[in-house]
Design a binder for this molecule. Structure first.
Ligand SMILES: *[C@@H]1O[C@H](CO)[C@@H](O)[C@H](O)[C@H]1NC(C)=O
Ligand SMILES: *[C@@H]1O[C@H](CO)[C@@H](O)[C@H](O)[C@H]1NC(C)=O
Ligand SMILES: *[C@@H]1O[C@H](CO)[C@@H](O)[C@H](O)[C@H]1NC(C)=O
Length: 297
């Protein structure tokens, strides 16, 4: 986790050098001084949506760090928790949470099992298009509640996002893993690779919609070594492994997905004015943890 956090900032810096005009604008505002975070994704960054929508993620998840089941498919904190900690912001409330929610510093639309594409076969219905629709509803409702009272009610002051923060917020993404994992169930490596451009296209549509809504700072995690996920190792006992015991064809697909994602992000950086999109290499960070697991304890 420490490595991922470190990588996040290193790559944020690399991203900044690519677009120096925006970079100087950010630097002049003190780097990373984001008032809010809006997150989109799957279980890698779900802080309680599945628990709210379908039913509690059961213990032992959450026990070691939170002392109770905390909506995460993880015993400890997720990368998104460490990012918000580092930005000195509270942990993100899931958009679907109706009790004790606080959206002053952002909201989390990530839902476990989600895909980029609205595939029927996906584990979850909350694909990225739905998550963006939820964000638009969230923003519209927030603006209209502010409008009715000039933001003067205790409710607006306490738990509602501030309208002016939407364009200053950091928009984070970690999604794509399930598109690849589900496709792998009935496709060869080559067939699955052929679907990548359409997946990237759906992702691009989501980014452009958010840009249209005023989002300007995007931090996009690539996909991890999907072929190392234990549940997939169990499902595909006969698939060729690499030297670390991971599914080689599926990791090849993840690498190809990341290559096309990186290329698309670089195009979007040229295309979308007054914005900054940062590609975050989570694959390398997770790969490092998996391949050096013994040395790292
Ligand atoms: C955030 O991360 C950076 C880079 O690792 C570190 O220098 C800084 O102290 C961290 N800030 C907080 C509040 O954790
Ligand atoms: C807020 O109120 C202003 C002035 O009455 C109006 O022009 C604007 O469309 C309203 N915005 C929203 C989101 O309701
Ligand atoms: C795999 O299954 C999906 C439905 O879940 C279907 O749309 C797709 O065509 C199938 N692909 C192949 C290569 O059989």
């Amino acid at each position: 986790m420490a490595t991922s956090k470190f990588t996040f900032f290193i790559i944020l810096l690399l991203g900044l050098t690519e677009k120096s005009s925006t970079a100087s604008r950010i630097n002049s505002r003190k780097s990373c001084n984001f008032p809010a975070v809006y997150n989109f994704g799957d279980s890698n960054s779900d802080t309680g949506a599945i628990s709210a929508a379908i039913g509690e993620v059961p213990p032992p998840n959450g026990v070691a760090f939170f002392g109770r089941s905390a909506g995460r498919h993880s015993d400890g904190r997720l990368i998104i928790d460490l990012i918000t900690e580092n930005l000195t912001l509270p942990y993100l409330t899931p958009y679907l949470d109706s009790v004790g929610a606080n959206y002053r510093h952002g909201a989390n639309f990530a839902t476990g099992g989600s895909c980029i594409r609205p595939t029927v076969a996906c584990f979850s219905q909350f694909h990225i298009g739905t998550q963006v629709s939820q964000f638009i509803h969230f923003k519209t409702r927030t603006l209209s509640l502010y409008n009715q009272t000039n933001g003067k009610t205790p409710f607006c002051k306490g738990v509602l996002a501030r309208p002016k923060d939407f364009s200053k917020a950091l928009y984070t993404f970690d999604i794509g893993q399930n598109d690849l994992a589900i496709g792998f169930q009935n496709m060869t490596e080559e067939q699955l690779k052929a679907t990548i451009p359409a997946i990237i296209e759906s992702f691009t549509t989501a980014i452009k919609l958010l840009f249209k809504e005023g989002a300007r700072f995007f931090s996009i995690h690539n996909t991890g070594p999907t072929g190392c996920l234990p549940y997939l190792l169990k499902s595909f006992p006969a698939t060729p492994r690499d030297q670390y015991g991971c599914l080689k064809p599926l990791n090849n697909v993840a690498i190809e997905f990341n290559k096309q994602l990186k290329q698309k992000i670089s195009e979007l950086n040229k295309e979308l004015p007054y914005s900054l999109l940062t590609y975050v290499d989570v694959y390398s960070a997770k790969s490092h943890l998996i391949t050096k697991a013994k040395n790292l304890g």
